[in-house]
Design a protein around this ligand. Structure first.
Ligand code: GLN
Length: 309
């Protein structure tokens, strides 16, 4: 059997599984990994004999793919923006749609002098790291409730950015969780305990869980293999978004902004929530498919207002 035949056979096998949308691409990504080559090499060398010793590994990858593991989890990495991120089942696989969040943040930061940014629900750290990579002068804090996710995020930042570029901390949205021994080992830097020693951000951004709980079961096995905590946004998908919109004003500087990724169908409800909490300058940003994927708003405080800065 040659490489071309091995690929064709694998693609045909994967094609039988209804949720696998890109069987040929998946087969070639997995085979490239087995052979430690890239996909261009596979095409150029398609008539080379396929070594039996590689078959076992290729078959085990294909079995995992058929069983619902995404290619990203099998390979342990996924490209986001121009960077390659380590991923594992403790974190959501970064999506191309989420690049809209990074672009919106870059647009928002334009003209802001020495901005300080907080990303909550950072997961793999893809958004925070991509943002820091594009805007190195920005000071970035990033949090997640999951210690396992923070470990991946910190490893991605350490590999892709100059040392200690992003300050990670474990938090339930804005409320830092007590430091555990593993944090100390990981060297996570906690925020100056909020709200006592408050830090005010120029921009707060998040890709929070926003899938309505009842819709999770209907998602493809690839998505269901992702951490439920990163997807499940409660009964209407807006539980976390509601809390973020309500709590962010306590952590934004005057004129600061909030940017949220959400489902395009949720934008009207989110706009209403933002208006109710006093945000202004509300705008949406479209993803690659032309759907409204990110919503942004700013807060201007009246003198003596509740934020008090
Ligand atoms: N865009 C993701 C999906 O439905 C949801 C991500 C999220 O909840 N933040 O595949």
């Amino acid at each position: 059997m040659c490489i071309r035949e091995a690929l064709a056979q694998a693609a045909a096998e994967l094609k039988k599984i209804p949720h696998i949308g890109t069987p040929s691409l998946d087969a070639s990504l997995l085979l490239a990994e087995v052979l430690q080559k890239d996909r261009v090499w596979l095409i150029a060398e398609a008539s080379r004999p396929f070594d039996e010793k590689d078959l076992h590994k290729f078959q085990s990858f294909l079995r995992r793919r058929r069983g619902g593991d995404s290619v990203a989890y099998i390979l342990g990495r996924r490209e986001f923006g121009s960077l390659m991120f380590t991923v594992c089942p403790a974190v959501l696989v970064p999506r191309p749609d989420t690049e809209t969040l990074v672009e919106a943040a870059l647009e928002n930061l334009k003209g802001k002098k020495s901005p300080t940014v907080l990303e909550i629900c950072t997961g793999s750290g893809a958004v925070a790291v991509a943002l820091k990579n594009e805007a190195p002068e920005t000071e970035i804090y990033a949090s997640d409730i999951s210690a396992a996710a923070l470990e991946i995020a910190a490893a991605n930042a350490a590999r892709l950015l100059p040392e200690k570029s992003i300050r990670f901390f474990q938090a339930d949205l804005f409320t830092p969780l007590p430091k555990t021994e593993s944090d100390i080992k990981q060297n996570f830097t906690p925020l100056p305990a909020m709200p006592e020693e408050r830090l005010f951000f120029s921009l707060i951004l998040a890709n929070p869980p926003y899938v309505p709980s009842a819709e999770i079961e209907g998602l493809s096995p690839d998505v269901r293999a992702e951490p439920r905590i990163a997807l499940d946004g409660g009964p209407d998908g807006l539980s976390l978004i509601r809390r973020i919109i309500h709590e962010a004003p306590g952590h934004l500087e005057n004129g600061g902004s909030l940017l949220l990724e959400a489902d395009p169908r949720q934008m009207e409800s989110i706009r209403a929530l933002l208006v109710r909490e006093g945000y202004t300058d509300i705008q949406t940003y479209k993803d690659l498919s032309g759907a409204e994927r990110v919503i942004g708003a700013s807060l201007i405080f009246e003198p003596g207002g509740k934020n008090g800065n």
